[in-house]
Design a protein around this ligand. Structure first.
Ligand code: HEC
Length: 207
């Protein structure tokens, strides 16, 4: 009789502790981000696009006719539009199924991808929703800016195996017209890829 009461009360303690830890965890998961992240300013797309990237300008020079048709001139306004659309295509095409956007401080990741990611890099409109991703069939992309040329990206999106013969990445020919020339969608996609990590200083990006 006595033994049963003991077992019952032990179970009761475990139950209370379990619920208690759940509540504490729940509160901290909620409060943590609010308390620690609200001091980091949230950046708008316009702010981030105020300085047009050299790669975006280069796209307008290398594909003058196509670029003019798609975006006109490379201005902060058209650059902001391209970044937003590039991000949307990245989501719509499911690039995030195979690519992460987060360098972790483990397993020599900084050696492969560059500086470890920090919270402030994700406090901006293009990271709503954040695109950390869930798995890595391909390489992490948060330090992609400047690693490859615009032309490499164009060719790779049109036909990945033509530049990486063993690649399992699918082709995205619908970002191009019937003659294989880049459309607004291809320019946006490449502008977005060349933006990822462009805020890092070059020495930290070495791969
Ligand atoms: C089925 C998985 C898969 C999907 C979906 C996918 N990729 Fe990839 N991606 C890969 C693999 C694997 C590689 C490495 C081989 C290569 O370079 O093609 C790669 C490489 C890349 C690289 C080169 C990275 C570097 O510098 O080495 C870029 C950029 C890239 N992908 C962008 C994209 C974009 C943009 C999309 C969506 C439009 C996309 N990927 C969709 C698997 C994928």
């Amino acid at each position: 009789m006595e033994k049963k009461t003991l077992r019952e009360s032990f179970g009761f303690i475990l139950l209370v502790a379990g619920i208690g830890f759940f509540v504490v965890g729940f509160i901290f998961q909620m409060l943590g981000p609010v308390v620690f992240l609200n001091k980091i300013p949230m950046k708008s797309v316009e702010e981030m696009a105020s300085r047009v990237s050299p790669e975006f300008t280069l796209l307008s020079e290398d594909y003058p006719e196509e670029f003019r048709k798609a975006f006109g001139e490379p201005t902060p306004e058209s650059y902001a539009q391209a970044l937003l659309e590039g991000r949307d295509i990245y989501i719509a095409e499911g690039c995030w199924h195979c690519h992460s956007q987060y360098v972790r401080p483990i397993a020599n990741e900084p050696l492969r991808y560059g500086a470890v990611s920090v919270a402030s890099e994700y406090q901006n409109e293009l990271q709503l929703p954040q695109l950390f991703g869930t798995r890595r069939v391909g390489p992490d992309l948060i330090r992609e800016a400047g690693i490859r040329s615009n032309d490499w990206h164009m060719q790779h999106l049109y036909d990945p195996q033509s530049v990486e013969p063993k690649s399992v990445m699918p082709a995205y020919p619908w970002l191009f017209d019937e003659d294989g020339r880049p459309t607004r969608r291809a320019f946006s996609m490449v502008a977005y890829l060349q933006w990822l990590g462009s805020w890092q200083n070059p020495e930290e990006k070495e791969r």
